[in-house]
Design a protein around this ligand. Structure first.
Ligand code: CAA
Length: 260
């Protein structure tokens, strides 16, 4: 396996665990993480000894706290659309991965972090995990497929509430609404249970598993929805509210939006 600047990859029997490793920034997705993820996914998919994948975040506090807001703050309309499309394509790689993928959500999974989890085939969480799509609090919308995949998973009404309020979702609610498959007390136990489930899964026909993923995904978000998401994400990058929202986060203060 290649060594990646922002990822750790461990292989235990035939299951790979890919850990996003920027714990001091709560594993926020900067351009390097997105690039590393894309390459690592190609490498893991091509490795015949690996039958399944777990994606998680380093440490106990966060899975991924979203796209890197410092990087976002410099975007304009064109670079905003480009950033959204690059992220969408990496998360498409995960959704269309030919081997089963579990997102192991340990702690905060906000914005791009929730969107990463939503692109995985299954989600297993720790009790302290918190999901949410808080982009509107930055004057933005989810740009890595969240507007499409949240609705596909929990229905339009719940997705509207989560996306428009940007509120944090605790795991009892996430479990009830079908956002996560299982919730366990600790990360170590969640990892053990993820391995158990994947071991059971990979004992089945390999080709049948990859075709099952394809068939289930045939009902997944359409290209038009993702195009529209990227276009609107880019358009918001030119607004005063976006500049105010991202500056306020970086300056650790409350934003004052003007609707312009
Ligand atoms: N981007 C960049 N840096 C981030 C980050 C992010 N998304 N989330 C956290 N960090 C950084 C903080 O700036 C801080 O860095 P410093 O120590 O250098 O100041 C460090 O990680 C620790 O974070 P906090 O001090 O904020 O930790 P906390 O415990 O007080 O709060 C939190 C935790 C509630 C998760 C808070 O960090 C937070 O709200 N993060 C941002 C969540 C968010 O809005 N995510 C959406 C991003 S936009 C997006 O993802 C767009 C998209 O769809 C493509």
């Amino acid at each position: 396996m290649t060594t990646y600047e922002t990822l750790l990859i461990e292989i235990d029997s035939n299951v790979a665990t890919l850990t996003i490793n920027r714990p001091d920034k709560l594993n926020a997705l900067n351009a390097q993480v997105i690039k590393d993820l894309s390459q690592a996914l190609v490498e893991i998919e091509a490795n015949k000894d690996i039958k399944a994948l777990i994606i998680t975040g380093a440490g106990e506090k966060a899975f991924v706290a979203g796209a890197d807001i410092k990087e976002l703050s410099t975007l304009n309309t064109q670079s905003g659309v480009e950033l959204s499309k690059i992220g969408q394509s990496v998360f498409d790689q995960i959704e269309n991965f030919s081997k089963p993928v579990i997102g192991l959500i340990n702690g905060y999974a906000l914005g791009g972090g929730s969107e990463l989890a939503l692109s995985c085939h299954m989600r297993i969480a720790t009790e302290n995990a918190i999901m949410g799509l808080p982009e509107v609090s930055l004057g933005l919308i989810p740009g890595y497929g969240g507007t499409q995949r949240m609705a596909a998973l929990v229905g339009k009404g719940r997705a509207m509430e989560y996306i428009l309020s940007g509120r944090q979702i605790k795991m009892d609610e996430a479990h009830k609404s079908g956002l996560v498959n299982h919730v366990y007390e600790t990360k170590a136990y969640a990892l053990e249970k993820s391995h158990k489930l994947l071991n059971k899964i990979v004992a089945n026909g390999t080709l049948a598993l990859s075709y099952a993923i394809k068939a289930v995904n045939a009902s997944a978000p359409n290209k038009h929805g993702l195009e529209e998401e990227a276009r609107l994400f880019g358009a918001l990058c030119a607004t005063n509210d976006f500049k105010e929202g991202t500056s306020a986060f970086l300056e650790k203060r409350k934003p004052e939006f003007t609707g312009t």
